[in-house]
Design a protein around this ligand. Sequence first.
Ligand SMILES: N[C@@H](Cc1c[nH]c[nH+]1)C(=O)O
Length: 363
Amino acid sequence: MWRTPEVRAEAARLMACFRDAGAIEVEADVLLPADTLLDLYGEDIRARAFTTADPLRGEQMLRPDFTVPVVQMHMAEGAEPARYTYAGKVFRRQEEDPDRETEYLQVGYELFDGADPAGADAEVFARIAGCLQGLPVTATTGDMGLLIAAVDGLSTTARRKAALRRHIWRPARFRALLERYSGRAPVPPTRAALLACEGDPLKGAGKAIGLRTAEEIRDRIAALHEDAAEAPLSGEETRLLSAILSLKGPAEGALKQLRDLAREMASLTPALDRFEARLEALAARGIDAGALEFAGSHGRASMEYYDGFVFAFAADARPELPPVATGGRYDALTGVLGQGNSIPAVGGVIRPGVTLALREGGA
Ligand SMILES: N[C@@H](Cc1c[nH]c[nH+]1)C(=O)O
């Protein structure tokens, strides 16, 4: 299945397409320090990275993607604006589907430019669409910034918002939290027993065997008491959040519906202004922006560093194939790796193994 020469040639063709946009070619190490970088990917990739240990450098991982090392390189030595392209393998364990590859080639494009974020989103999307021209693919878009703004806009405690934000990428846990915060799910019996306990719950608990100190456990119990005394999330806000998450359809209609929802939640407005500016920038690049598929939940199954525009191109009528291309905006990641500096950035990758399969499949 893995036919290196053909896939390499396809990768070279795609890379030339990114080079034509003014991107400069960069390389990244295959072995990256896991202790400093792995957390930036979030839980899913953390569980799927191949890790190993080096006696001198400590825990290492086979690069799970290029974005993190490219951001690190750019923040250390790059000047703005910058466009980069790269081609190489990434490595991810596959625990569920033996037909999915554990190593595959990616060809990517990353744009660091703070002057016009909507224009940068449109440039990356249109460039990838252009490099895929002629292939039977359909794009879906989303906006993690909108979901983050929706959570931030809830009228509840900072602690509850932080918990919801952390679980945006884990839909089942997010839903469970929402059920609990809105008072629709009963308090689990063990939690109820703990909360009902009078006096010191650690008294007579026996020898400490976990990693947490007694003080940490007491703090956590105090936080649980505080949370239990909190008023439930209103049904209105819970419905609003569900409405955003289940939104699906052409971007133009989605924007209208979201503007309606924003009348009840003003925190959405800045994210919606960015959404609207992006649609205009996409249209200026010849994309039929209003008809682009938008899904409120899109991006919740991808990299946790995305915090704005997200997109994926899927092969039409070939559900067995992995996504042809994926990408998104990751502004906050540049701040995490920038030691005090940050710069708005957006990018995406194409999988040459998949575009090749499409070309050969009579596309
Ligand atoms: N690094 C991402 C794709 C991407 C590139 N730039 C932004 N996003 C991935 O491997 O899924």
